[in-house]
Write a protein of this length. Structure first.
Length: 115
């Protein structure tokens, strides 16, 4: 089963989640706590405060330990992709396109594919 890994917030990982759910594709949604350390700037602290209540599967410390396992040391990552032998599949735009293809939400001709 596909596994989408991202932080516990709505950002680059949200679009693939929505696409997979809309297309009825089964997947594991694994999240890391976004708050690894307190922010230094007040405006950033204000923005981060809205995400503190979002549940996460792993804490920030675990993310720092796992970070080197992922391509480019970044999230989102899609794992267990059959076409690439289950290797971690990085880059949010590539993940979105792959998820759209799986969910059969990708365009049917060249004109709609490039939009």
């Amino acid at each position: 089963m596909l596994t989408l890994k991202y932080f516990s917030l709505k950002a680059r990982g949200e679009v693939p989640r929505l696409i997979l759910k809309a297309g009825g594709v089964s997947f594991n949604n694994v999240t890391y706590d976004f708050i690894a350390r307190p922010p230094n700037h007040p405006k950033i602290a204000e923005k981060v405060a809205q995400y503190k209540e979002m549940p996460a599967d792993f804490n920030g410390r675990q993310w720092l330990e796992d970070k080197s396992k992922y391509p480019f040391s970044q999230l989102p990552v899609l794992e267990n992709v059959a076409e690439i032998d289950g290797a971690p599949f990085p880059q949010s735009r590539a993940i979105v396109r792959y998820c759209a293809r799986l969910a059969k939400l990708e365009g049917s001709d060249e004109a709609t594919l490039i939009r």
